[in-house]
Design a protein around this ligand. Structure first.
Ligand SMILES: Cc1ncc(COP(=O)(O)O)c(C=O)c1O
Length: 374
């Protein structure tokens, strides 16, 4: 059998999968464009990096001599810390090699071929790709023209056939967030046979903002099956270590997901570093403070340039640049500036820019101003 014939014999949903657009690395852009410095503003990373406590921990932990041993498969230490802070049963928690791992595990655990999934567009790509990889049919509901969630359209799209609703709040890529009343209205039409997957990758940036919901409380009162996702990749500055966590509505659901996941999906170094990072909330608060400051500066400058970014409660801005965003982003690479042009149909003139250091934010504005309309 040739490779082609073999591939043709595979499941259609796998053969038809779009590739996730993971963005460019700084090393690639530096080498390809010969620029001395790269402003990496395409992946919503924390420009402040990991906390000093984590760096100090990692510097001494290489001497512990435990590298030959398998890591703790249940992340016990990290689990205890998070369970206590969130006041949840430790059995409700589960951990992923990044929260993207948990998205994949959720798709494999809760979906079957032909199941219907509702999410929004523009979307976080993996909210579509993972359900599709198990043969689910994903229905995407467009955001409103003012780049807010179209809660009414989502309500209209949800039916008894819906098996999963996936929402990131704040939204990636838009940045907007539903408030508690909108969240309650949405959940009120969801059937008990539908899993609500509430992705809070950017929780820390929005937490404490006026109108940002206590989603754990709202999900709990819904009485539905749900899974809440958070990550150490953003405000905690640990994207390279790959640690995300989920809270499931019941330990039984977490138990099912635990059977689907690979047993040692969080390495020991990552588990320990995440536990140290979780204990350093001052670093998280400082990172969030910087991101908010940079975001409001960037928003004001963009407004001055005639560009209207969507309301954002996260560490990025999304806006319509009214030209082919991929071409513009390509020209900006020549200045060493990486942004994320949107590729989903209907949004090809939109781009998302992460909030970086003050210097990188200024580099972005300078490049955007010079390169646009070209
Ligand atoms: C909405 C959302 N969910 C999940 C993820 C996955 O993050 P990680 O796997 O690094 O935890 C991201 C990353 O950008 C995201 O934006």
């Amino acid at each position: 059998m040739s490779v082609t014939a073999f591939i043709e014999s595979l499941r259609a949903e796998v053969r038809g999968l779009p590739a996730y657009n993971a963005g460019l690395s700084g090393e690639f852009v530096r080498a390809r464009y010969g620029v001395p410095h790269v402003a990496k503003l395409g992946s919503n990373e924390n420009p402040g990096g990991a906390s000093a406590a984590v760096l100090a921990h990692l510097a001494q932990s290489t001497t512990t001599g435990t590298l030959a041993l398998y890591p703790d498969p249940s992340c016990s230490a990290l689990r205890a810390l998070i369970a206590e802070r969130l006041a949840v049963d430790p059995g409700q928690l589960l951990f992923g090699n990044g929260s993207e791992d948990l998205l994949a595990i959720a798709a494999h655990t809760f979906l079957a071929p032909g199941d219907e999934v509702i999410t929004v567009i523009p979307s976080f790509g993996l909210h579509i790709i993972y359900p599709q990889s198990v043969g689910a049919r994903v229905v995407t509901v467009p955001m409103r023209e003012d780049f807010e969630f179209d809660v009414e359209a989502l309500i209209a799209a949800i039916s008894p056939r819906t098996r999963m609703v996936i929402i990131s709040n704040p939204s990636n890529p838009v940045g907007c967030a539903m408030d508690a009343a909108e969240m309650r209205r949405l959940l009120s039409v969801v059937s008990p046979e539908t899993l609500v997957l509430w992705d809070e990758a950017y929780f820390e940036y929005a937490s404490g903002d006026d109108g940002y919901p206590d989603s754990l409380a709202v999900l709990r009162e819904s009485g539905l099956p749900w899974l809440l996702l958070r990550t150490f990749s953003k405000a905690y500055g640990l994207a390279a270590l790959r640690v995300g966590y989920g809270v499931a509505s019941a330990p039984e659901l977490a138990g099912l997901m635990n059977r689907v996941r690979t047993p040692f999906n969080i390495n020991q170094i990552a588990q320990q570093a995440a536990a140290v990072a979780f204990g350093d909330q001052a670093h998280v608060a400082a990172s969030v403070g910087e991101a908010r400051k940079g975001r409001e500066w960037m928003r004001a400058v963009l407004l001055g340039l005639g560009v209207k970014p969507a309301r954002s409660r996260a560490n990025f801005l999304f806006f319509d640049c009214r030209e082919d965003a991929a071409k513009l982003a390509g020209r900006m690479l020549e200045d060493g500036v990486i942004v994320k042009p949107w590729r989903e149909p209907g949004y090809e003139t939109c781009m998302r820019v992460s909030i970086g250091s003050a210097a990188d934010n200024a580099l972005f504005i300078d490049s955007f101003e010079r390169r646009r309309g070209g």
